[in-house]
Ligand binder design. Structure first.
Ligand code: CP
Ligand code: NVA
Length: 306
């Protein structure tokens, strides 16, 4: 596996299979109350330039359970906040830590940090990607359905960081993807181009349209995410009107398979991208996804920092 996880495209199919297998065994061990501490004495630094509930807590608890520790590093307190170059920060932190997790805005920030750090760098969300969530989501789907290849995955909503990582994760593992986004809110063209190439290898179908009901047709998984991501708060009102008709509601769920999984990375806005009765209904697996962040990231940490 590469030194860093900056995007799902950094992983081979074998890497993903390895992470998912280890996630399952770490989850089992934890449920059985078995101690497993391969990262004894190791430290993970966590830089957050955006808010987080799941990522922060699951990484921190994950490091602790693996025998190591995690340090929460606020950019307000770090010298980067006062203009110290990112490269110098990367070189310095590499002398103390065994890994860095960063949540920030530009993907180029994560890339620059990784280029200058001698230790693994993990992308905990940028404007472009959210690979840790996508890994936990693959793990959740595998747990619920027993397989990945050949399943039908519908993504309804914004062609954002979540969409990008899910597209990459699905096409690598042979899941068919149908996306429906409002005009002007489609995923990044470069990511789509590369995903089409990856889909040729795995046998995935990859479709993009502006029609949510069509995308949801016969889906095994229906996934959505917020209409305005972190950093886009000022566009909220404009987006509410652009995304009208893209809510995952009971009517849309009628188009999907009768037992389709409902997924959302959280935090969610009930009444916007998803109806309350759907996200809180029997098909929803959102809290399994949230829990699986812990297990999937522990696998990643054990592999990268171990
Ligand atoms: N899904 C997710 O990354 O949640 P947080 O923003 O709470 O970390
Ligand atoms: N697309 C969302 C995901 C949050 C986990 C955001 O970037 O805010």
């Amino acid at each position: 596996m590469k030194k860093d996880l900056l995007a799902i495209s950094d992983l081979t199919l074998k890497d993903i299979e390895h992470i998912l297998k280890l996630s399952a065994s770490l989850k089992k061990m934890q449920k059985q109350g078995k101690t497993h501490q391969p990262l004894k004495g190791k430290s993970l630094g966590m830089i957050f330039e955006k808010s987080s509930t799941r990522t922060r807590v699951s990484f921190e608890v994950g490091m602790y359970q693996l025998g190591g520790q995690a340090l929460f590093l606020s950019p307000n307190d770090l010298q980067i906040g006062r203009g110290e170059p990112l490269a110098d920060t990367a070189r310095t932190l590499s002398r103390y830590l065994d890994g860095i997790m960063i949540r920030t805005f530009a993907q180029t920030t994560v890339e620059e940090l990784a280029r200058n750090a001698t230790i693994p760098v993990i992308n905990g969300l940028t404007d472009l990607h959210h690979p840790c969530q996508a890994l936990a989501d693959l793990f959740t789907i595998k747990e619920k359905r027993g397989k990945l290849k050949g399943l039908r995955f519908a993504y309804i909503g914004d062609g954002n960081n979540m969409a990008h990582s899910l597209i990459e994760a699905c096409v690598k593992t042979g899941i068919h993807v149908a996306l429906a986004c409002p005009p002007g809110y489609e995923p990044d063209a470069g990511i789509m181009r590369e995903a089409r190439q990856a889909a040729l290898i795995s046998g995935s179908e990859l479709k993009l349209s502006n029609d949510p009901i069509k995308a949801a047709g016969s889906a095994d998984v229906v996934y959505t995410d917020v209409w305005a991501s972190m950093g886009q708060e000022s566009e909220h009102a404009k987006r509410i009107s652009a995304f009208r008709g893209f809510q995952v509601d009971p009517q849309l769920m009628q188009a999907a398979a009768h037992d389709a999984l409902v997924m959302h990375c959280l935090p969610a806005h009930r009444g916007e991208e998803i109806a309350a009765e759907v996200i809180d209904g029997p098909q929803s697996v959102i809290f399994d996804q949230a829990e699986n962040r812990l297990h999937a990231q522990k696998a990643l940490l054990e592999i990268l920092l171990g």
